[in-house]
Design a protein around this ligand. Structure first.
Ligand code: HEC
Length: 199
């Protein structure tokens, strides 16, 4: 025993501390993961099931939480067709794969992840740039199939290049964006204005 070295500066103490801290943080990480999974799964309180694309999705200011929150309304099937949970999931995940495969996040953000060249797409379904709820579906499809010819103003002052999406691909992207807009993102993106309502 070296009397000159107090217990708190001995190598053995710090080795044990390192093992305990790493071990306990690993346990905390597992607990947090198990706690998060149900909260981010489609069909949970904040992330609606895919079949939400059969419903009307709105965005309302919530005084209590002091943020905009999604408001899921009555039936309003996308492209006029009610889909089963499985069909809706297949369409939304096809749309998601297109956004990944075409690297939309090279310019855009989704839930805040991606690049800052173009607007965040999380609430794009509700964007006033689609002029009215009646025309929105067709306008989104036309824009996605040829954003140069069908350019609209989303306030970025930039242009989106034509990525030559087919009609089927554009429809799936619209389904994906409609589903995304139903997610309660705790008010993100902040200060987002939504499409005008009739009356
Ligand atoms: C090279 C950059 C670039 C890529 C890649 C790109 N976009 Fe865009 N996109 C833009 C820009 C810029 C705008 C904004 C145009 C404006 O402000 O008028 C835009 C606008 C949009 C809008 C309207 C935004 C809103 O607020 O409603 C949608 C929807 C959209 N893009 C979807 C996509 C999808 C889906 C993909 C992938 C298939 C994609 N974009 C890939 C640049 C890009």
């Amino acid at each position: 025993m070296n009397n000159a070295t107090p217990w708190w500066s001995s190598e053995v103490f710090w080795k044990k501390t390192a093992i305990w801290v790493t071990g306990s943080m690993f346990v905390v990480l597992i607990i947090l993961t198990l706690d998060s999974i149900p909260k981010i799964t489609a069909g949970s309180e904040r992330v609606p099931a895919y079949s939400v694309i059969n419903k009307h999705i709105d965005y309302k200011f919530n005084d209590e939480r002091n943020i905009q929150v999604p408001l899921i309304g009555g039936e309003d099937p996308l492209f006029g067709k009610m889909l089963s949970e499985e069909e809706a999931e297949a369409l939304v995940s096809y749309g998601k794969k297109i956004t990944q495969g075409r690297n939309c996040m090279g310019c855009h953000t989704l839930l805040g992840n991606g690049s800052y060249f173009a607007p965040d797409l999380t609430k794009a379904w509700l964007d006033p740039g689609w002029s009215s709820e009646e025309e929105r579906e067709e306008m989104m499809i036309a824009f996605l199939m040829d954003p140069v010819e069908n350019a609209r103003s989303f306030g970025s002052g930039r242009m989106m290049p034509n990525l030559h999406l087919s009609r089927g691909e554009a429809m799936a992207v619209v389904a994906f964006l409609k589903w995304m807009s139903s997610i309660d993102t705790n008010g993100f993106p902040y200060n987002f204005t939504v499409i005008d309502k009739e009356g």
